[in-house]
Design a protein around this ligand. Sequence first.
Ligand SMILES: [Zn+2]
Length: 502
Amino acid sequence: MKIEDNIDTFNSLLKRAGFIWGPSPEIYGGLAGFYSYGPAGMALKNNVLSLFRKELRALGFGEVECPTVMPEIVWKASGHLDRFIDPVLKCSKCETLLRADKFLQEKLPDTMIDGISFDEMEKLIKKHKLTCPNCDTPIEKIEEYNLMLKTTVGNNSIAYLRPETATTTYLLFNRLDQVNRRQYPIKVFQYGKAYRNEISPRQMVLRMRAFDQFELQLFIGKKQEMNFEEYETIKSTSLPLLDWKLQEEKVQVPNKITLEEAINSKILKKPAYAYCLYLGYYLTRILGFTDDFMRFRQHSPNERAHYADDAWDLEIKTRQFGWVEICGIHDRTDYDLRRHGEFSKQVFSVMMDPNSKEKEIPQILEIAFGIDRILYTLLETSFTVDNERINLKLNPYLAPNQVAVFPLVRNKIEIKNLAKKVHELLLNHRIISFYDEAGSIGKRYRRQDELGTCYCITIDYESLDDNTVTIRERDSMEQIRIEIENIPEYLNEQFTVKNFQI
Ligand SMILES: [Zn+2]
């Protein structure tokens, strides 16, 4: 069968290679919005996480981990109980539930739906006489639907699974303030599961009911936001900023402008916020995403979450799902700490400016990554088919296998033994090597190409004479000959992220 360069080939690769399986549990038919990762998917995810962790520790961020279940009062204080809601349409006859905004966007592709109010949505439904897609009954009212998953703890006390990691990080403010010895900004991140009871989850791992977040927080003073030290070193970086006005002019892909221009022309209000956009961009680029697939899109005032003063999404262009948000950068102001201070009766105002005796509640700037969305978009944008060769062009340091080792033939015992020795040598150096002797050499290369393995080592007859092997590079398919004892050093050189610049 011919291997076509299309989305079906990609989707079947995700399953066949062990990246993404589901909906889970597959053997029972699957529950919408839940997926599993296979060994290749988990290896990729862990490589992304360890890269992020390493970069963030180098940038002065500490890591925390909090419970995924929190009592009701937390979500009252955070505003999620009252305001973390989606508009839904319920058919009065067949009881089909639809997410109103998604339904309208599908039915009225030329109308701007993002950010319009529930009332305006109802008006559109009436105007266009929209009906239930299942039974054709006219649809009438929009209802509010809270996205949090509810549970009970112990003796029936109500609790919720967290809809974001961020709020659980904020609850640690007093502790963080202490360990940071009252130096600001406090930089901290949390990785972990969050849960949202999506009405009709679609788009595979892009909209799951249980998903992974990686959220960075800066606790910062009001003055410091406007006079932010790191801004000076990053202000000449150019970013593709699609502000709200450009969207009204129907621009899809903006020209890049420097952060300094964005601040001067008031597209961005705060230098510290500009730094957060930079950080989101930096962490995305280091994964291997290129500018051709990226843009920052500003939320309209209506589209913003209840806590946000300014919000931009970092989006990746995909073939299957259009522009996909992988990161949201939010100016949450002092909203969260103010509310948690009120509800917990704790004092969160601190002296943030050494030159002033005045106390203030810290502002919060947030950079929120969706790890599952990163994995999906990374896989899709790395996927290529060239002359029927599937090649997953992942960065060498992200690919599930770092290297694969093949004996040229399997029936010559000396070659096989030497190949196993090379494989062992690499594993002893903690280079993740995959040994494969099954099938033709061409098929073995193909199998690694579609997993994104950058280097394949083949042991042949010549190896028995002079202790050299060939190393084949994935994208160029060029081969070099190298002595066995030099392989670990050569490979480690390729896997190091060196002086990454954007
Ligand atoms: Zn119906």
